[in-house]
Design a protein around this ligand. Structure first.
Ligand code: SF4
Length: 195
C-alpha cells in the first residue's frame, strides 16, 4: 500500500507539470477552451491506464468511497465520464468532479501533439476550439515546424516509467478507474490482514 501511495504522489507532481505544459502551449497559441465547456468529458473514447487512475482511486479509498464508487461505475450508463458534473440540460457545460485527481489524458484535452504515419508532428485540437478559434488553429498548425507542441507520447512514456505494469494498457476511463479501485482495495485488504 505504501508503494502505491508513493507512486501516486510522484504521479500527482508529474500530472501538475503536464497540466502546466499543455495549458501554457494552449495559452501561447491562443487555443482557448470555451468557458465552462465540458464536451471533452462527454467523449466516449477517453482512455487511460490503471496507473493514471491510481491517485484518484487512492483518494476515493481515503474518503471511504472506493467500494461505493466501484459499484456505481458498474451501473453508470450516461454518456461520458462518471466523474463529470454537467450543469446544462444538453450536458455540454459542466465540470470535473475530481479535478485535482483527474488523469494525465484529461490534462491534454485541448491541444496536443502526436506523430503521423511518416513521423511528422501533427496537432490534435478539440472540435470546440476548432470552431471558436479558427485563425489560431491555422496559425498553430502552420507553426508546427518551428514550435513543437507538447507530445502526448512523451508524457505517456514519462508516466509509464513510474510503473510499467500498471501503465502497459490503455482502456476506457471507466474500466481503468474500476481496475485502479480494485487494485487499491486488494492492497488495503492484504495490508489489514498483515496487521
Ligand atoms: S476525470 Fe474529470 S476531466 Fe477527466 S473525463 Fe472525467 S470528468 Fe472529465
Amino acid at each position: 500500500m505504501q508503494q502505491l501511495r508513493e507512486t501516486a504522489s510522484t504521479l500527482m507532481i508529474l500530472n501538475d507539470e503536464i497540466a502546466q505544459t499543455y495549458s501554457s502551449y494552449q495559452n501561447d497559441r491562443k487555443l482557448f477552451c470555451r468557458s465552462g465547456c465540458g464536451e471533452c468529458c462527454l467523449h466516449p473514447g477517453i482512455e487511460a491506464s490503471v496507473l493514471e487512475m491510481l491517485p484518484l482511486a487512492l483518494y476515493l479509498y481515503e474518503q471511504g468511497t472506493a467500494e461505493s464508487t466501484l459499484e456505481a461505475l458498474q451501473h453508470h450508463e450516461l454518456d461520458g465520464c462518471y466523474f463529470y458534473q454537467a450543469s446544462s440540460e444538453d450536458r455540454k457545460s459542466g465540470q470535473c468532479g475530481v479535478y485535482p485527481y483527474r488523469p494525465a489524458v484529461c490534462r491534454m484535452f485541448g491541444a496536443a501533439g502526436y506523430r503521423g504515419r511518416e513521423g511528422e508532428v501533427l496537432l490534435s485540437i478539440c472540435k470546440v476550439i476548432r470552431t471558436d478559434e479558427p485563425a489560431a488553429v491555422i496559425a498553430a498548425e502552420q507553426s508546427l515546424t518551428s514550435v513543437m507542441p507538447p507530445m502526448m507520447m512523451n508524457h505517456k512514456a514519462q508516466i509509464a516509467q513510474l510503473d510499467y505494469e500498471l501503465s502497459k494498457q490503455n482502456m476506457p476511463i471507466k474500466e481503468a478507474t474500476a481496475a485502479a479501485l480494485e487494485k487499491v482495495l486488494t492492497k488495503a485488504w492484504y495490508a489489514d490482514m498483515a496487521g
